[in-house]
Design a protein around this ligand. Structure first.
Ligand SMILES: O=P(O)(O)OC[C@@H](O)[C@@H](O)c1c[nH]c2ccccc12
Length: 286
């Protein structure tokens, strides 16, 4: 079994337990009640953020809260969660990604809720999502964006989860790792695509994956280059190949000055975007 398969086995077990405690129908009712309540309170912008999250004119950084990974084990943080988030904000991150997977990334829904309390920035819930249950759960947690990993979903399922996410007001970020998955994601209706530079089966990092695959992504889609971004030159490279944003975990949480780190990545990515008319490398039409 590769690591991805192991993660999915554990995730399925946890989901079974969760559904025993709170069945799907009850979760849906909880969601509907929460909606009615927030409408009554006229709490339309739960994040205080009413601007669109993904705009193509500027380069963006999505900064991740990551405690551990299967390849690195526990990742030592230079700062507390509070300080990390303050710096993510001051550095100019436009979205915070929170890993909630428990067994391999040491995340949790509680961690997500804590982050939700500590920042007004929009949040990406990062987990191994393959059921409608998890999409409702993400909405109840207060997520703005969810990750859908193409390699663990067939096209029909991916399509169904994209539609459900959108119905619940969540933006689906659809992660791909090769040509075939990009075709599948586009056919399933994805418009916000992630290219993971790390192969989740082997952990091998290759930024050229963004270079090779970005050409297959239509210009009117928004492209996030994920994983293995360590320095400004990495941000510049993927920006050159048409990435509109980068998703950065480890190098942010390890940094003593994550705010400065994010600012430097942002500037390098933005400068390159202006220089290289980056999108000439991307497909014109769907
Ligand atoms: O820590 P990095 O190399 O900067 O990577 C962050 C992020 O891309 C990575 O955590 C990630 C991307 N896709 C995933 C899917 C599941 C778990 C984790 C991930």
């Amino acid at each position: 079994m590769n690591i991805l398969e192991k993660i999915l086995v554990e995730k399925s077990k946890r989901l079974d337990q969760l559904q025993e405690a709170v069945p799907f129908s009850r979760l849906v009712t909880q969601y509907e009640d929460a909606q009615t309540k927030s409408k009554k309170e006229n709490d339309s912008s739960k994040t205080g953020f009413d601007k669109p999250i993904f705009t193509q004119n500027t380069f963006q950084v999505i900064a991740e809260i990551k405690r551990a990974s299967p390849s690195k084990g526990k990742i030592p943080w230079a700062l507390s969660l509070e300080d990390l988030l303050k710096q993510y904000e001051s550095g100019g991150a436009s979205l915070i990604s929170v890993l909630t997977e428990e067994d391999f990334f040491l995340g949790s829904n509680t961690l997500f809720q804590t982050v939700r309390q500590l920042t007004l920035l929009p949040l990406l819930r990062k987990d191994f999502i393959f059921t409608k249950y998890q999409v409702y759960e993400s909405a109840l947690l207060g997520a703005n964006v969810i990750l859908l990993i193409t390699s663990i979903l067939d096209q029909q399922k991916l399509h169904a989860l994209i539609i459900l996410a959108e119905q619940l007001g969540l933006i689906p970020l659809v992660e791909c790792r090769d040509e075939e998955e990009i075709a599948k994601a586009l056919a399933a209706g994805a418009t916000l695509l992630g290219i993971n530079n790390r192969d989740l089966r082997t952990f091998e990092i290759n930024l050229n994956r963004t270079a090779e695959l970005s050409q297959l992504i239509p210009k009117d889609c928004f492209l996030v280059s994920e994983s293995g971004i360590l320095e400004p030159k990495d941000a510049a490279l993927v920006s050159h190949f048409g990435a509109d944003a980068i998703l950065v975990g480890e190098s942010c949480v390890r940094s003593n000055h994550p705010g400065e780190h994010i600012r430097a990545l942002l500037e390098a990515g933005q400068e390159q975007k202006l220089l290289s008319s980056a999108k000439t490398k991307r497909r014109d039409i769907l």
